[in-house]
Design a protein around this ligand. Structure first.
Ligand SMILES: C[S@@+](CC[C@H](N)C(=O)[O-])C[C@H]1O[C@@H](n2cnc3c(N)ncnc32)[C@H](O)[C@@H]1O
Length: 212
């Protein structure tokens, strides 16, 4: 159990931090499939290499997933959870998929300790109730399991939370670190820029921690 309870944890953030320019249903925004990649090839490779380095394998949940999950080695059993059915059906790495709006229902439909790892790629900025979702990720992870968040400097601006839009890459890392610090409890939190300083393409930032 963490030492915070309920919505009091959100007092750490400004009042309109989790509002968005487009406050319409995510189901509407994501109703048409987008068979695109949201970061360039080098960034995708960088994230795949991070998953290799962290030995993200076994039973894995790809949270806020689409038609690609960026693994260099496909996990033994990958579950993809996202918004668009057609994208998820095309995810070749996923053994199964499910459609769920995490901004409507933050409860993950899995038993406690179901996964060895959870990843969330270039999507954490769309969560309007991130603390509930991070707690749920902690619940469905086995003790010692990793929750890996990666992001770059691009997004769907109308769907990102205001707090994200108002700051820069380092600010984004601080936001995600705060999510870990307010949930869990997690241990061994790592915060890294994975691409070199001055990198010409899409930068990659990563945060990960172990469930206790
Ligand atoms: C920028 S895309 C990234 C997709 C994928 N993770 C990747 O690396 O290419 C954002 C993803 O977040 C998912 N998403 C956005 N809002 C969501 C929500 N409220 N609940 C669940 N998934 C959501 C969408 O389905 C979409 O696939």
């Amino acid at each position: 159990m963490n030492s915070y309870n309920g919505n009091n944890r959100y007092s750490a953030f400004p009042v309109d931090f989790f509002n968005r320019a487009d406050d319409g249903l995510d189901a509407t925004f994501y109703s048409s499939p987008r068979f695109v990649t949201h970061i360039d090839e080098a960034a995708i490779r960088c994230i795949g290499e991070l998953y290799e380095e962290l030995e993200i394998r076994g039973t894995v949940l790809d949270l806020m997933s689409s038609w690609v999950s960026h693994f260099l080695t496909t996990p033994k059993e990958l579950v993809a959870l996202g918004m668009n059915q057609q994208e998820l059906q095309q995810n070749q790495a996923a053994a199964s998929w499910m459609q769920q709006d995490l901004n409507v229902n933050t409860l993950l439909p899995f038993a406690d300790s179901s996964f060895e790892a959870v990843v969330c790629c270039v999507s954490v900025d769309y969560l309007t109730k991130p603390l509930e979702v991070f707690d749920e990720v902690h619940r469905v992870l086995r003790p010692g399991g990793k929750f890996v968040n990666t992001f770059s400097n691009r997004c769907f601006p109308t769907k990102a939370i205001n707090g994200w839009s108002r700051t820069d890459d380092e600010g984004h890392a601080r936001i995600v670190a705060q999510y870990y610090n307010l949930t869990g409890p997690w241990e061994n939190l790592q915060v890294q820029r994975r691409t070199e300083f001055g990198h010409q393409g899409d930068p990659v930032y990563a945060l990960w921690a172990d469930a206790t």
